[in-house]
Design a protein around this ligand. Structure first.
Ligand SMILES: NC(=O)c1ccc[n+]([C@@H]2O[C@H](COP(=O)([O-])OP(=O)(O)OC[C@H]3O[C@@H](n4cnc5c(N)ncnc54)[C@H](OP(=O)(O)O)[C@@H]3O)[C@@H](O)[C@H]2O)c1
Length: 234
């Protein structure tokens, strides 16, 4: 697809990977809307990137419906959904509390489903569209302390395959991107230390991957793309 004047909605576009994707798509000529829960971060991104910012929580159905009302009123139509908003907690199974498990599922799984559902209705009507789900290498294999986060990303990968099977007949390309570790606020929010150094991935590499798979001619699409740092060291 040609990104010039294309319209894109990126959840969690006020920080990290979503922010980098928003900047790259704007630089490619697209009109971009982002969502997030914290108003101040959204305002900063709106001013820095020239995006349309929507204060909305993906896990709340009424927020999701309002998001699409606002995007369609602003842009007229939507070409691209990037389901990027995500969060994590990391506990041994025996220490995993119900509330934080459900909070991760609410954003990473329920939120992605609600956003994907509303996009699918619009895309089926238009007989065109693109959904990129940002999962993780945590969607590919398990690890200690991964119960909540890894399960949520396995679920997102599973939903991606279901949506792809349902929506291909409407010319909708459903794609999955699996970043390995990226230097963002994600770890601090999850209460984990992250050692940042120049060998680790930045949001820019993931944005490059997203732009590349979108720009393929609509005749074809990349089902799944995994991005690793070449030689990361702590
Ligand atoms: N960093 C990594 O190493 C890594 C690796 C693989 C995959 N990923 C995935 O990449 C995605 C982006 O993560 P990141 O590393 O860029 O983290 P980040 O810097 O913490 O950004 C997360 C973004 O999601 C938003 N968000 C969180 N919960 C939300 C909700 N319920 N509704 C709406 N927006 C919400 C946040 O804004 P508010 O808090 O203001 O809502 C923020 O804009 C996530 O899905 C993550 O799982 C990250």
């Amino acid at each position: 697809m040609n990104l010039t004047n294309a319209t894109a909605l990126i959840t969690g576009g006020s920080s990290g990977i979503g922010y980098a994707i928003a900047r790259t798509l704007v630089e490619s000529g697209a009109k971009v809307a982002i969502t997030g829960r914290h108003r101040s971060r959204l305002t900063d991104a709106e001013q820095a990137l020239g995006v349309y910012a929507i204060n909305a929580d993906v896990s709340k159905e009424e927020d999701v419906k309002r998001t699409y009302e606002e995007v369609l009123s602003e842009f007229g139509h939507l070409d691209i959904l990037v389901n990027n908003a995500g969060t994590g907690v990391f506990h041994e199974l025996v220490d995993q509390d119900l509330a934080s498990f459900e909070a991760v599922m609410a954003t990473n799984v329920t939120g992605a489903m609600l956003m994907g559902r509303e996009a699918a209705k619009h895309f089926a009507t238009r007989n065109s569209g693109n959904i990129i789900n940002i999962a993780s290498t945590a969607a590919l294999r398990g690890a200690p302390k991964g119960t909540a986060y890894y399960a949520s990303k396995f679920a997102l990968r599973g939903m991606t395959e279901c949506w792809r099977a349902e929506l291909r007949k409407h010319n909708v390309r459903v794609m999955l991107v699996n970043p390995s570790e990226v230097v963002t606020n994600f770890f601090e929010t999850a209460g984990l230390p992250q050692v940042a150094n120049d060998s680790k991935l930045r949001g820019e590499e993931i944005a490059h991957a997203v732009k590349s798979i979108l720009e393929m001619d609509n005749r074809g699409f990349t089902t799944e793309l995994t991005v690793f740092a070449t030689n990361p060291h702590d």
